[in-house]
Design a protein around this ligand. Structure first.
Ligand code: 3PG
Ligand code: MG
Length: 355
C-alpha cells in the first residue's frame, strides 16, 4: 500500500499550518449530535500545537449546502472543537462548501485557503474520496502531509486489503445499495463469508448480480408500512406479504449471523441490518453489533450508520477500528485511489528530518 508522507516528518515549529479536517458531523436542532469525527481530529491538532505550530487553521465542509446557508454554518462544530481543545492558536474556517469553487476543485479557491500558510496537513480521511479544492488542489500549492487520523485510517483499513486472519467475514447492510455493490464485488471474493442484511438483502433477493455465495437472512421482521409503529410480523425472507416491507432481520437470522461472526478472524462491517433508528427494528443491528464486538478477531466498523449504532450501544471500545470514513472507506476498500491521499507525496526516508 502507498503510504503518504506523515505530518510527523514535518517541521512545524513557528509555522502557519492549514489542516483539512472532516468535521462533517450530524447536527440536530443546530447542535452536534455525534462528535466522533471532531474527537478523531484532535490528535493531529494536538500534535501540531505540541510541536510549536504558530497558527493552526482548520478547514472542513459540513453537509451539502447550496451556496451560503446559515443552517450549514460550521459554528456548532467549531464550538465543540474549541471546547475539546481550547487553544488560541486554532482558527476554524467557515464551511468550505459555502464557496462553489470548493467542489469544483478550483485552484483559485485553494490559493485563497493557502494564503499566509506554510504547509498543509490533510487529516480528512472521510473526505479523501473527493477531489475538492480543500482536499486536492491545495495540496499542489502548499507542501502536503497526511495527518495522524488519515494515517491510522489507511493503516487499519489497509490491513483488510493484505493478508488477513481467516476466516474473513464481511457484513454488509444499509440502504445505499448502489454505492456498496462495487465494494462487495471487489472485496467479497476475498472474504470467506459474506453476510448481507438490511435493504441490501432485500435488493439481492430480487436480483443478485454477485458471482459468489452470500449469506442472506432466512427470516425478517416484516412491517405493513415504512412506519415506526407499523403492524409487524416475523416471516420467512422470501414470504414477505404483498405490499409489506422487511425492516429488520428476524430472530433466526440474528442467531445464524452471530454464529458466523463468532468464528471470524477478521471482520469488516458496513451498514445496519434494519431501520435501527426505530427500536422495534433495531434488534438485528444490535445482534450484529454485539457479535462483532465480542468476536476474537480484527474488527473494523465503517460507515455513518454502523458507527452510530456501535456508539449508541456503547460498544465502540470493543472493536479494533471504528472508521470515520463512510464513502471514503468503501472506495478505499474497493481498491480505488483516493484523490486526497494521491495528492500527498509518498513517504520516504528522504522526507525524514532525521536523515
Ligand atoms: C462523509 O460524510 O462521508 C464525508 O464527510 C464526505 O461528505 P460528502 O459525501 O458530502 O462528500
Ligand atoms: Mg457521506
Amino acid at each position: 500500500m502507498r503510504r503518504p508522507r506523515s505530518v510527523r516528518e514535518a517541521d512545524v515549529a513557528g509555522k502557519h499550518v492549514l489542516v483539512r479536517a472532516d468535521l462533517n458531523v450530524p447536527l440536530e436542532d443546530g447542535e452536534v449530535a455525534d462528535d466522533t469525527r471532531i474527537r478523531s481530529s484532535l490528535p493531529t491538532l494536538r500534535w501540531l500545537l505540541d510541536h510549536g505550530a504558530r497558527e493552526v487553521v482548520v478547514a472542513s465542509h459540513l453537509g451539502r449546502p447550496d451556496g451560503v446557508d446559515p443552517d450549514y454554518s460550521i459554528a456548532p462544530c467549531a464550538h465543540r472543537l474549541r471546547a475539546l481543545l481550547p487553544d488560541e492558536r486554532i482558527r476554524v474556517l467557515e464551511n468550505t462548501r459555502f464557496d462553489e469553487r470548493e467542489t469544483a476543485n478550483d485552484p483559485s479557491f485553494a490559493a485563497e485557503l493557502a494564503e499566509g500558510m506554510d504547509l498543509f496537513v490533510n487529516d480528512a480521511f472521510g473526505a479523501a474520496h473527493r477531489a475538492h479544492a480543500s482536499t486536492e488542489a491545495v495540496a499542489h500549492i502548499l507542501p502536503p502531509y497526511a495527518g495522524l487520523l488519515m494515517e491510522a485510517e489507511l493503516e487499519n483499513l489497509g490491513r483488510l486489503l493484505g493478508e488477513v486472519e481467516r476466516p474473513f467475514v464481511l457484513i454488509a447492510g444499509g440502504a445505499k445499495v448502489e454505492d456498496k455493490l462495487g465494494v462487495l464485488r471487489n472485496l467479497g471474493g476475498r472474504a470467506d463469508t459474506v453476510i448481507v442484511g438490511g435493504k441490501m438483502a432485500e435488493e439481492l433477493r430480487e436480483d443478485n448480480p454477485l458471482d459468489f455465495e452470500v449469506e442472506l437472512p432466512t427470516d425478517v421482521v416484516a412491517a405493513s408500512a415504512f412506519e415506526e409503529d407499523a403492524e409487524t410480523r416475523v416471516t420467512a425472507f422470501d414470504a414477505v406479504p404483498e405490499g409489506w416491507l422487511g425492516l429488520d432481520i428476524g430472530p433466526a437470522s440474528r442467531g445464524r449471523f452471530a454464529e458466523l461472526i463468532a468464528g471470524a478472524g477478521t471482520i469488516f462491517w458496513n451498514g445496519p441490518m434494519g431501520v435501527f433508528e426505530w427500536p422495534r427494528f433495531a434488534e438485528g443491528t444490535k445482534a450484529v453489533a454485539e457479535a462483532v464486538s465480542s468476536a476474537d478477531a480484527h474488527t473494523v466498523v465503517g460507515g455513518g450508520d454502523s458507527v452510530r449504532a456501535i456508539n449508541e450501544l456503547g460498544l465502540a471500545d470493543r472493536v479494533s477500528w471504528v472508521s470515520t470514513g463512510g464513502g471514503a472507506a468503501l472506495e478505499f476498500l474497493e481498491g480505488k485511489e483516493l484523490p486526497g491521499v494521491a495528492a500527498i507525496p509518498e513517504a520516504s526516508v528522504l522526507d525524514s528530518p532525521h536523515v
